[in-house]
Design a protein around this ligand. Sequence first.
Ligand SMILES: NC(=O)c1ccc[n+]([C@@H]2O[C@H](COP(=O)([O-])OP(=O)(O)OC[C@H]3O[C@@H](n4cnc5c(N)ncnc54)[C@H](OP(=O)(O)O)[C@@H]3O)[C@@H](O)[C@H]2O)c1
Length: 257
Amino acid sequence: MERLKNKIVFITGASSGIGKSTAIEFAKNGANLIITARRIERINELADFIRKEYAVKVLPFQLDVRNYKLVKNVISNLPSEWQNIDILVNNAGMGRGLNKLYEDDVNGWEEMIDTNIKGLLYVSREIIPLMVKNQNGHVINIGSIAGHEAYGGGAVYCATKHSVTAITRSMRIELLDKGIRVSTIDPGMVETEFSLVRFYGDSEKAKNVYKGLTPLSADDIAEAVIFCATRPKHANINEMIIMPSQQANAFINFRKG
Ligand SMILES: NC(=O)c1ccc[n+]([C@@H]2O[C@H](COP(=O)([O-])OP(=O)(O)OC[C@H]3O[C@@H](n4cnc5c(N)ncnc54)[C@H](OP(=O)(O)O)[C@@H]3O)[C@@H](O)[C@H]2O)c1
């Protein structure tokens, strides 16, 4: 897609799942990428793969979005040719546990709030001024169906994703006259490492989440991101909710077998 050729795209959480697929999809379309996550070996591997396969430029960084000092440092020290960021994909995120609030481990809450809300805010705080300076840009947040509905066992995760919905809507108002578009893509069930992380590495529990249905793939969401990013300048996708066909809402699924 010509519209993405030579654009600069900054992606958080590109070491796995939706972030990784999104990076590859942008590269296929000729965009240059700044890819980040905590697991730097995976990020470096992805950078090598993308450079070889798609002949675009890639700048890999280790970045923990929960660390504001680090976020500020990485973004303010970007080489000048990488500072004109066209698209920011705020994708880094995670869930922890599926327990009732009154029985839950508060450490998981801190992780979700620090990553899904504060991390997204920190990265946006540092990148949006570069876009404002250029009067050009597109922020694409990865929210969730949990940003529109609440389910038992998900009080804090749902609260963080409702926050993403609210932040996205506020950003859109603030950036309306700055030539910067703001979108959110809100998936239902996507089979990635998300459930493995949510259940602290318990692969049996993670597998059961998708039992009897065909979940979305990370590529399905990457395609939606590309669709959003390639609308003509006068059009914006505000919010896109995308679900597996066998999922009606955050808690009603049709499982076979
Ligand atoms: N899978 C689903 O069903 C689903 C549904 C709706 C929304 N989402 C959202 O989609 C986004 C991507 O999740 P996914 O499904 O692709 O899961 P995933 O495969 O577990 O990927 C999560 C990514 O976020 C990164 N990340 C986590 N904590 C981070 C931190 N503190 N700093 C920087 N990066 C961090 C991880 O990288 P490192 O561990 O290397 O840092 C990883 O690259 C999340 O925002 C999630 O809430 C997922």
